[in-house]
Design a protein around this ligand. Structure first.
Ligand code: FPP
Length: 237
């Protein structure tokens, strides 16, 4: 579906939930949970290609997260900016293409600068495509696509699919998710990848995101391979 996707591996999408509860359970400020959560992102991105992942989509900040206290929003934006600044060279070296998915018009100039630099420094990466969802709302993207479609001359399913890929300003299309994992014990999608997850295998884990690790990623991928994907057909056995 995407215009230029990395072949030969899974598209894994992660809802990284539980940072706040992890911290609160230890008498730490929520900010500490987010900091630990950002460290986990590092290790998961590094391990993803060897785990058989070729596209990794991370829910870093939802459009509804703007409703959190100002200090928490600032911290999340600053962690995001630091991540891009610190990791862009390593990503470029290791063939990780980074793109940001979501609205850009509400991001600060400082964040946008890091986004632009990172996307252009890593654009040739073909080992892993890391898609970071920031100011992301799946419903907004579907509605944006409908508006684009209505305003365009082209008609038909393919034309609408193209509009979906263009919504949000990035050029990566809307690749189908194979495996969606949510940490933090909640069983919901929270406006994430609604279209792309039509046939995703969905795994809900009780582990809080700061405790998610490479072994959990590997066991999630192994769980995925044990599933029979039927896409509406009858079972094969
Ligand atoms: C949900 O946990 C998590 C978030 C809203 C932010 C996720 C951010 C990170 C993992 C770190 C920064 C990301 C990058 C890409 C560097 P929550 O705060 O809702 O936890 P709770 O449900 O326990 O309160």
């Amino acid at each position: 579906m995407g215009s230029r996707e990395v072949d030969g591996g899974l598209h894994v999408a992660l809802i990284m939930d539980g940072n706040g509860r992890w911290a609160e359970a230890r008498g730490l400020p929520r900010s500490e949970g987010h900091r630990r959560g950002a460290d986990v992102v590092d290790s998961i991105v590094e391990a993803a290609p060897d785990a058989g992942v070729r596209i990794l989509t991370l829910y870093a900040f939802s459009s509804d997260n703007w409703n959190r206290p100002r200090r928490e929003v600032s911290l999340l934006m600053s962690l995001f900016r630091t991540y891009l600044r610190k990791e862009r060279r390593r990503c470029a070296r290791e063939g990780v293409r980074v793109t940001i998915v979501g609205r850009r018009d509400r991001l600060s100039a400082a964040v946008l600068r890091e986004v632009d630099r990172t996307e252009s420094a890593t654009r040739d990466g073909d080992v892993l495509h890391l898609r970071l969802c920031v100011d992301y709302s799946s419903r907004d993207r579907l509605l944006d696509a409908a508006e684009r479609y209505a305003a365009s001359e082209a008609r038909g399913r393919d034309a609408y699919a193209r509009c979906l890929g263009e919504a949000g300003g990035e050029d990566t299309g809307a690749p189908a998710v194979d495996l969606l994992v949510r940490t933090g014990g909640e069983h919901r999608l929270s406006d994430f990848m609604l279209w792309e997850s039509a046939y995703a295998e969905i795994r809900f884990l009780d582990v809080m995101w700061p405790e998610f690790d490479v072994a959990e990623l590997q066991s999630s991928v192994a769980w995925f391979h044990g599933r029979e994907r039927r896409f509406g057909r009858t079972p094969t056995r």
